[in-house]
Each structure stands twice: as C-alpha cells, then as structure tokens.
Ligand binder design. Structure first.
Ligand code: NAP
Length: 286
C-alpha cells in the first residue's frame, strides 16, 4: 500500500498568503489598507497566543491592525462600546472578538453587535443565515479552510459522500453546509449518533471536529478517503493532538491533514482573506 498524501495546511497557507500579499499591494495603489481589530478580554493563555498569531499575520501581510486587550473585569457595556467604536472606524474592515469571553459577558450580545460587513469570523447570525440560504456572506474561517484544503487535494467534491463528525456552530454545522454547497451528499454525526463507525466508513470525505484526542482510528475510515482533522487537543505532556489517530489512519486513508500543521494555519489565513474581502467590499471594490 502506498503512503497517504499529507495535506499541509502550512504550505497551502503560504501559497494563499502570497496571493493576498499581491492583492494588498494592488489595493495600496488605491489607498486602501486592510485593517483588522482584535478584541481580547481576560487572561486566557491560549487566547493570548491566538491573538499574537493574528497580530503577526497582519504585520507580515502589511495590514493595519489594532489589538484591544481588556481586563477580565471589563463590563459587557465596555466591550459593546468598543465594538460600536470599531464598527464606525474607517481604518478597520474586520472585527474579531476572541472567544471565549469571561462568563459575565453574553457572547451572543457581543457577536450580534459586530457590523455584519466587518464580521470576519462569520459568526454573526446574518452571515450564518446567508450561509444557510446560499447568499453571499463572510464565511467562518475554520470551515472555509477545511473546504479549501479538500479542494486542493484535486478531488472533486460534487457527488461524494461527506461525513462530518461534530455539529458545533463554529465548525461542524458550517462545514456540512459548505460541503453541501459544493454538491457533496452530507451526513452529520454527533455524540448521540448510533453506529458511527459504520457511517464514517461510508465517507469519501471525513471531517472530524469533536475535541476528543485521537478518538478516530483506522476502523472509522474507508480506504482512500480524504480525512480532515479539525481537532486541537492539548495532551498532558503538553503536545498537541488532533481528534484523528494520525499514525493508524494514514495507513488506510487517502490525503490526510496532520495536527499541528493542518487545519490550524488555514484558520488564520482565511481570517486574513476575509479581512481583505471586507476591505474591498467596504471600499466598493468587490
Ligand atoms: P464543540 O463545540 O465542543 O463540539 C463538539 C462536537 O463534537 C459536538 O457536536 C459533539 O456532539 C460532538 N462530539 C463530542 N464527542 C463526541 C463523540 N464521542 N462522538 C461523536 N461526536 C462527539 O467543539 P468545536 O468547537 O466544534 O471544536 C472541535 C475541535 O476542533 C476541538 O478540538 C477544537 O479545539 C478544534 N478547533 C480547531 C480549530 C482550528 O483552527 N484548527 C478551530 C475551532 C475548533 P453533541 O453536539 O451531541 O454534543
């Protein structure tokens, strides 16, 4: 048996970012510089790392960026007032509020307050609704990255059976809608699914987003299937693991994403792409 192809999110990201950099250069001739504002509330260490990575991606691509680090004690009113200010600020085209927020702040109220046109995370209910009905919208970054990676395998999505394990609002549900938009036949699995192994084994494309380290082993995978592992689980030894048992699954699968270096880098790249698109749209250039 030949070894499975590894789908490198890192490499695909680099290719996409080169294209973005060229567009940024073109836009600068029209005096437009994409601008991203990130709002971080509290001290969650993982969130601080994610925000630093986003800040760095902005710097590398020549975006304007602002990071607003608020204390964990900030009130909901303070966060909403900042979002309002950023909604009105011309230099900002994308607003991202890093989740999770401290418990006393209502996440939905904050997401709902972000201008639909600047909602580069794609979490605003209007963008989610547009995704459901197939209208133009800013797509959520991780799901958009998943689709991009599948496309880059060169495998035709149309007509394939895709199985998505996990039905969260930020990953599983939007991934399944996007696969359906690409004309796959989609089955969704979740914690109450019966016979999950049998269902997963029918998949030509298997996307896993459950948050259970290494749970999906080779018994879930049809030989040759494309496997996309969204999971990011921190093990006790500090290492990062996906939801897929990479070593066993790659023995039977077709193209497969690793963790780290798979979906993770794509998420930030898609955020950069959304910010570019928002900047063009807000300036009447797209
Ligand atoms: P989540 O909100 O906790 O949702 C997990 C989903 O998996 C739920 O729908 C749950 O089913 C299902 N599930 C849990 N255990 C299961 C099991 N044993 N069998 C079948 N289904 C099961 O998680 P999420 O936010 O979607 O994130 C999923 C994973 O992706 C996490 O590891 C997260 O860190 C990672 N992630 C990575 C990125 C990235 O950039 N790479 C971005 C976002 C998330 P129920 O609905 O029935 O409870």
């Amino acid at each position: 048996m030949t070894a499975a192809t590894i789908i490198s999110g890192k490499q695909i990201s680099e290719e996409i970012r080169k294209g973005i950099a060229l567009e940024v250069e073109q836009l600068s001739k029209q005096n437009v510089r994409p601008g991203l504002a990130v709002v971080l509330v509290g001290d969650d260490p993982a969130s601080h790392v994610y925000v630093r990575n986003k800040e760095k991606a902005c710097q590398d691509l020549g975006y304007y960026s602002e990071v607003h680090r608020l204390s964990a004690e900030s009130s909901q009113e303070e966060v909403l007032a900042l979002v309002d200010k950023l909604n009105a600020q011309d230099s900002i085209h994308g607003i991202l509020v890093q989740l999770p927020l401290p418990k006393h702040i209502h996440e939905k109220a904050v997401i709902d307050a972000i201008s639909v046109k600047k909602d580069v995370d794609g979490f605003h209910p209007v963008n989610v609704g547009n995704l459901v009905i197939g209208d133009d919208s800013l797509l959520p970054c991780t799901p958009a990255g998943v689709i991009e990676m599948i496309k880059r395998t060169g495998i035709e999505i149309a007509g394939k059976h895709a199985v998505v394990i996990g039905r969260s609002n930020i990953v599983g549900k939007p991934v399944s809608l996007l696969l359906q938009r690409e004309n796959a036949t989609v089955t969704m699995c979740h914690s109450r699914t019966a016979n999950m192994v049998e269902i997963a084994r029918q998949a030509d494309i298997l996307v896993v987003a459950i948050g259970r380290a290494n749970m999906i082993d080779a018994s879930y995978v049809k030989p040759g299937a494309v496997v996309i592992d969204v999971g990011m689980n921190r093990l006790e030894n500090g290492k990062l693991a996906g939801d897929v048992d990479f070593e066993s699954v790659k023995q039977v699968s077709g193209p497969i994403t690793p963790v780290p270096g798979g979906v993770g880098p794509m998420t930030i790249t898609m955020l950069m792409q959304n910010t570019l698109l928002a900047a063009k749209r807000l300036n009447g250039l797209a």
